[in-house]
Ligand binder design. Sequence first.
Ligand code: SF4
Length: 147
Amino acid sequence: MSTLERERMRTTTGVRIPERAHWPAGAPCPALSAEGRCTGHAVRPTICRLWGAGANAAMRCPHGCTPEGGLLPDAQLIDLILTSLEIGGHRAFADVGDQIRALAADPALQPLLTRLISGDATAAPAIVAAIRGRRHDEPDPAAPQER
Ligand code: SF4
């Protein structure tokens, strides 16, 4: 969830949604009413709008509904989420959006991203290591060119 989305939820509903890492385990979203409805449905974040639209098991509708046109693959889900973070700002993803997109296009790394989408934060260090490894493999633009 981007900073802008979080702020829009706060100004619309009065509810401050913390960073996911700061939620108590198993706690529901604080914007959820006692009746089980989103109190900020009209301004809900992109990640919430994508529930039920992704092919990833963690994003599928529990009732088996699918959107017209089919479910979105992980790479598209990630692209939409990253775009929302880029537009709305998020300090953790400010510099790595393009690298994560590249990872999402690599079938060998998709299982890691699938784990992350599924809420498995233990996948994050491996993803960061993969990003660092790719940066290490990239040619140094300041290095002299071989002829
Ligand atoms: S849709 Fe659900 S998870 Fe998203 S902000 Fe509303 S209550 Fe929270």
